[in-house]
Design a protein around this ligand. Structure first.
Ligand code: SF4
Length: 602
């Protein structure tokens, strides 16, 4: 069997292996695409995200297990408890390398264990282990315990912390132990917790070979050469700072969401920019997994002051959520906040954004210190932010309300709906989009909600090619970027960086499968994955009316920056996107004719 799917049923402690047909791999490639296909088939309509019917589906792609640069990535799919719709999430590390070595392209976990359990998968052997002793442990400690003395470089681990066990709706799944890589958004960790599952360990011993290894090696050499020439500037900066080293530019462009998106410029940007923070930025970088030629992750340790000893490895979205969005202009509390989230196992973006939202409610008098357990939740007050976060991760007092996320909290606070900064229940990524039409459109139509990853990041290009205020052409623009993102997430390779064009990916797949994948073939695959994801939400009853944005972006003119006065022309943007995709204009969903053309079964 070439492409194997391992299904594990926690309810009756059974497992089985079946074959994924060749044509499904050809149509969906692997990773996120394969996960979207399997989720639609395994999880029935209207399933309870915390019910036995929901599944956690881990998928690998063709690049995983080879030595291709940037291939240490993994994907999970499930129905999100935060949004109630389609969820995928990606993480770094060796999970998919070990899955492929064990022979699996996908691991589907369904059912519910009677008592705390973890699963040990070594090649063909699946063992259900008693997880009572590790229930309650933090994310890294739990993974360490599951390894039971085995080598973390050879055994992949995924696990949850106490937040997942408590079913906090934004609980994340963590991998790579104390490197704290995570499938961050949408609550996959809470789904794992609802199954009484603490985590899994995966190990395989087979060699994963490309069909044409020489060609794949030549592509690695080409990438290495590009990093010394055409992409040298990018590579040098990336190795030093990875994301969030350009806040001066971001701030000047007016796209830095500040104080829960009241403005797009933050006077305190210098304190939270990796290259200008007074606390300094460590020299030594590390990779999130094997085969990265531009490792830029860093463990940052606070050396002095009230957060002395705090340590974490974090990126732009965490800086935005606990920094500018909470009006905090210092890096040290962001390090501390990130560590709290990593150890308890929650998504930093949802946690930070929800606290920023609560700060605005407090400053507007919509909630008072009586409801916040005495906390004066004001923008810029890092101590209050950390105190609120500590309550959130254990659901204590006001923390229980914060742990619901922005959408549900807003539903309890009259008059706050217009500045609850989420789309479809997921808090928005860190790009203030009044005057960034592509990014605004992406937040509105993205299948997993207002996320920072799913359809690419138009914000990163449209400010430089002077199309940020365009409406005409934006549908095609967003579609093109989204297709490239679908493909990267399906191979699966790191989506950071500019190297992996559709052409390079077609060469990679041709080398691995020994059969031609043209750029046109791949773009059709990307389009198919977009429709397959959309189909899941369509089955849940989602339509064009759900492709929307918070009132603030539609009704409050932008107060600052080069696009001062701008609002998001959402109706027009949606029209051009639906047209570009061939979706029905009224429902915003794929037509039967489109599904037939792409070979997707309802
Ligand atoms: S660029 Fe960063 S995130 Fe991407 S593979 Fe390298 S270390 Fe990991």
């Amino acid at each position: 069997m070439k492409y194997q799917l391992l299904t594990i049923d926690l309810s009756n402690r059974s497992h089985e292996v079946e074959e994924i047909p060749d044509d499904i791999i050809r149509k969906y490639v692997g990773g996120r695409g394969l996960g979207a296909y399997l989720l639609y088939r395994f999880v029935p309509p209207k399933a309870d995200p915390f019910g036995e019917e929901n599944c956690l589906i881990f998928t690998a792609g063709p690049a995983n297990g080879t030595n291709l640069f940037y291939s240490s990535k993994a994907n999970v799919n499930t129905k999100s408890p935060l949004t109630g719709i389609y969820l995928f999430a990606v993480s770094s590390g060796i999970l998919t390398q070990q899955m492929r070595r064990a022979g699996y392209w996908a691991i589907v976990i369904k059912g519910m264990a009677e008592s705390p359990t973890y699963i040990d998968i070594v090649n063909r052997t699946v063992t259900f282990k008693d997880g009572k002793a590790i229930w309650g442990l933090e994310t890294a400690k739990a993974q360490h315990a599951m390894l039971d003395g085995r080598d973390s470089k050879k055994f992949a681990t995924v696990g949850i912390g106490p937040a997942g066990e408590q079913r906090i709706l934004s609980a994340a799944l963590f991998s790579e132990g104390s490197l704290y890589r995570c499938f961050g958004r949408g609550g996959a960790g809470a789904v794992m917790g609802s199954k009484n599952l603490k985590g899994l360990v995966v190990r395989g011993d087979r060699e994963v070979k490309a069909g044409k290894p020489d060609q794949l090696e030549a592509l690695n050499k080409k990438i290495a050469q590009w990093l010394k020439t055409d992409f040298k500037g990018w590579a040098d900066t990336w190795r030093r700072y990875e994301t969030a080293s350009d806040l001066e530019k971001t701030n000047a462009l007016g796209i830095l969401p500040t104080r829960n998106w009241q403005t797009g410029q933050f006077e305190g940007w210098r304190g939270i920019d990796k290259s200008t923070t007074p606390m300094g930025w460590p020299e030594k970088g590390r990779a999130c997994g094997p085969y990265c030629p531009t490792p830029g992750c860093r463990e940052v340790v606070v050396k002095k002051g009230p957060y002395k000893g705090a340590r974490s490895d974090f990126e732009w979205e965490t800086i935005y959520a606990f920094g500018s969005s909470c009006g905090v202009d210092k890096m040290e509390p962001i390090v501390a906040a990130s560590q709290i989230c990593d150890e308890a196992g929650v998504d930093t973006m949802t946690a930070g954004m929800t606290i920023g939202f609560a700060m605005e409610c407090f400053e507007k008098g919509l909630i008072t210190a009586k409801e916040t357990d005495g906390l004066e939740l004001r923008f810029g007050d890092d101590k209050a932010m950390i105190a609120a976060l500590k309550k959130l991760v254990v659901e204590e007092g006001f923390g229980k309300r914060l742990a619901q996320g922005t959408k549900r909290l807003s539903e309890e606070i009259k008059g706050s709906e217009d500045f609850a900064m989420h789309a479809k229940g997921m808090e928005l990524g860190g790009y203030e989009c009044r005057g960034l039409n592509g990014q605004a459109l992406q937040f509105a139509i993205d299948t997993r909600g207002g996320c920072h990853h799913g359809y690419g990041l138009p914000a990163r290009t449209e400010v430089f090619d002077n199309t940020r205020l365009d409406v005409a052409g934006k549908g095609e623009y967003v579609k093109k970027g989204a297709i490239t993102r679908m493909l990267r997430d399906s191979l699966i390779i790191c989506s950071f960086g500019p190297l992996y064009t559709d052409k390079l990916m077609s060469e990679v797949l041709t080398s691995i499968f020994s059969t031609n994948f043209s750029v046109e073939d791949l773009r059709e695959v990307g389009e198919r994955i977009m429709c397959q994801e959309r189909l899941f939400n369509m089955r849940e009853g989602f339509t064009a009316k759900d492709d929307t944005l918070p009132g603030r972006l539609l009704k409050e003119p932008k107060p600052d920056g080069p696009t001062k006065g701008a609002l998001v022309p959402l109706k027009e943007l949606k029209q051009v996107f639906y047209k570009a995709m061939g979706y029905d204009q009224a429902t915003g969903n794929p037509t039967d004719a489109l599904l037939t053309r792409l070979g997707i079964e309802k």
